[in-house]
Design a protein around this ligand. Structure first.
Ligand SMILES: [Zn+2]
Length: 214
């Protein structure tokens, strides 16, 4: 008997989102998955510079718990589940599909967290939808990147500094770009990223996020 099995026998496995006792072979309980499946895809009011947006759920309830567990409790195994919902919301991309550009994290955030959650989600969504994802980052973000915990007015007044990197124009010129982010709050980060890809010559910009604050 391995140690994990032994611990599972002593303490029943619980869903990391709702803490209900759950099948130890699943990442998230069936009730939470059903609730996530019930969320309609949100497509209204794209931020400035973004032509179309799709988000899987309101930034609340189980969806918010799931994203928080992935990002802040480092449960990176939840990434493919989140990416699966995002791939469904994106729908089939087909011919002339867009090039995927993840919204870059502040470097200090990645350093503190030890991983870049958006890059991880983008890689999985790219794999599931067959959307091209460049190997190297095309955008750079400067500054502290502290958006979480700031008020709406503060975020809108002080958007992040996101710029195209050298070589972005070669990859993005004349293309449709699909921006990927984990959450849209005020839309100022996506608007800034959209401005940066347009500066690099993108012909149109759509966005895909897991949650969205309504
Ligand atoms: Zn649950």
């Amino acid at each position: 008997m391995d140690l994990g099995h032994f611990c599972g026998w002593l303490v029943p496995a619980r869903c990391p989102l709702c803490r209900r006792v759950a099948d130890p072979n699943v990442l998230v309980c069936g009730e939470c998955v059903r609730e996530l499946n019930r969320s309609p895809v949100l497509r209204g009011d794209p931020p400035e510079g973004v032509d179309r947006i799709a988000s899987c759920a309101d930034h609340d309830g189980v969806a918010r718990e799931l994203l928080g567990a992935f990002k802040f409790r480092h449960l990176t195994g939840l990434g493919p589940l989140i990416a699966g919902f995002m791939a469904d919301a994106a729908g089939p991309q087909g011919e002339g599909q867009p090039i995927m550009v993840p919204v870059p994290p502040a470097r200090v955030r990645t350093w503190l967290r030890g991983f870049d959650p958006v890059a991880l989600l983008a890689a999985e969504v790219a794999r599931l939808t067959g959307t091209p994802l460049p190997d190297d980052p095309l955008l750079a973000r400067r500054g502290h990147g502290r958006q979480r915990g700031r008020g709406r007015a503060g975020r809108l007044a002080d958007p992040p500094d996101i710029r195209p990197l050298e070589g972005a124009a070669r990859k993005l010129g004349g293309r449709e770009v699909l921006l990927i982010d984990d959450v849209m709050t005020t839309g100022s980060t996506l608007a800034t990223a959209a401005g940066a890809v347009r500066q690099a010559g993108a012909a149109s910009v759509s966005a895909l996020t897991f949650t969205r604050r309504l």
